[in-house]
Design a protein around this ligand. Structure first.
Ligand SMILES: *Cc1c(COP(=O)(O)O)cnc(C)c1O
Length: 398
């Protein structure tokens, strides 16, 4: 580490609360799927700001849309409406292909707060006092979203929570069936669990969940904050299963790096909030809405959904083709994958990758998450696959 990185790390440590520790790299700039640190070292960005930088860094369409909007009208609050937010809501509804209403936020956790308030309102009106969520699921850090998050280490110390949440093992339709009665207001699920280590459910699980919700009258809320906006090769991950939720939450990839999230209610769920029930000053601000429109336009005009399927397959097959005692396999879909290890060496792998010029994320002790920009090239993907055996060797040593 050179002087500049080291000095910044020390200042970060002194000035910030210790909740993040000190991140290992100080980034200065990016272009496409490449980023450079403050000392000029170059990296291939295989994590994309945690599935956020859909168009990569400094994409001309995003730069143009954001620059134009910030120079025109940066903020209105919800006291006034503006065209970019209307265009964005209409665009999302069009992509979803079903009658729906949208609430815009500035982050993922806020999208889930909105969804939870919808569920609570629905529950109170119908004698349904609890909700169901999955063990190891992640829905955010604010107290409502945290109450849905099934990870004791980040959850328990902050209880009691505003909602009665019952947890079931992810992927087990029978357990869900037992937990969801006529007194359950809603089921909150990720279509694939992201923070748990990119863990897809068994085939047919989401369809079974949809059926259980239809039978009991519980709302199905899919948290697609990490999985949507082309990440899996579809606009939305639920489209792989042909299952439409009642409520859908989005954020991460939607703004391509600008802060924006959405809570979408389908059919009757779209009109559960009455005037005054909810709000956000920054939610759907014009700059973030313009960014999201640029992201959606570019995914469409550049054929990025097809591209994600092609390079995602190249990446997954490339990883699967490597034989190494530390490599167990690969899971996930599109450009959202986990390199699964046979031992708890993901942190070492992440460091080895960083030293070799690749940014990855040790999402679990034995799983390394890859969620690169959707614009990553076949050559860039191949460069990682080529380096993989050496990275696994390096991660195997103490
Ligand atoms: C990241 C994430 C969240 C929280 O989003 P923030 O923008 O960090 O608040 C919620 N749910 C899922 C599935 C996520 O991946």
């Amino acid at each position: 580490m050179s002087n500049k990185s080291e000095a910044l790390s020390r200042r970060f440590e002194a000035a910030f609360m210790p909740n993040y520790g000190v991140p290992p790299v100080a980034l200065a700039r990016g272009e496409g799927s490449r980023v450079w640190d403050v000392d000029g070292a170059e990296y291939l960005d295989l994590i994309g700001g945690i599935a956020v930088s859909s168009l990569g860094h400094a994409h001309p369409a995003l730069v143009e849309a954001v620059s134009r909007q910030v120079a025109t009208l940066a903020h209105t609050s919800n006291l006034f409406l503006h065209e970019p937010e209307v265009l964005l809501a209409e665009r999302l509804i069009g992509l979803l292909g079903a009658p729906a209403r949208v609430f815009l936020t500035s982050s993922g956790t806020e999208a889930n707060e909105a969804a939870l308030k919808l569920a609570i309102k629905y529950g109170k009106a119908n004698g349904r006092p609890y909700v169901v969520a999955a063990e190891n699921g992640f829905h955010g850090r604010s107290l409502g979203a945290l109450s849905l998050t099934g990870k004791a280490s980040i959850r328990d110390q902050f209880g009691p929570f505003p909602a009665d949440v019952r947890f079931v093992p992810y992927g087990d339709a029978d357990a869900l069936k037992n937990a969801v009665t006529a007194e359950c207001a809603a089921v909150f699920l990720e279509p694939t669990q992201g923070e748990a280590g990119v863990v897809p459910p068994p085939d047919g699980y989401l369809r079974a969940v949809r059926e259980i919700c239809d039978t009991t009258g519980a709302l199905l809320v899919t948290d697609e904050i990490q999985s949507a906006i082309g990440r899996t090769g579809h606009w939305f991950a639920h489209q792989h299963d042909g299952v439409l939720p009642d409520v859908l939450t989005l954020a991460k990839g939607l703004g391509g790096g600008l802060p924006i999230g959405a809570c979408v209610g389908f059919g009757d769920a779209g009109t559960l909030f009455a005037k005054g029930d909810h709000g956000s000053t920054f939610g759907g601000n014009p700059v973030s809405a313009a960014a999201a429109l640029a992201v959606l336009d570019t995914i469409e005009s550049q054929g990025l959904l097809e591209h994600v399927k092609t390079v995602g397959t190249l990446l997954a097959e490339g990883i699967a083709s490597v034989e190494h005692p530390l490599l167990k396999g690969v899971r996930g879909r599109g450009l959202w994958l986990a390199v699964v290890l046979t031992a708890e060496r993901a942190a070492r792998f992440q460091t080895a990758a960083q030293h070799a010029g690749f940014l990855v994320n040790a999402v679990q002790p034995d799983a390394v998450r890859l969620a690169p920009p959707l614009v990553i090239t076949a050559e860039q993907v191949t460069s990682f696959v080529t380096a993989l055996p050496a990275l696994l060797d390096e991660a195997s040593h103490d």
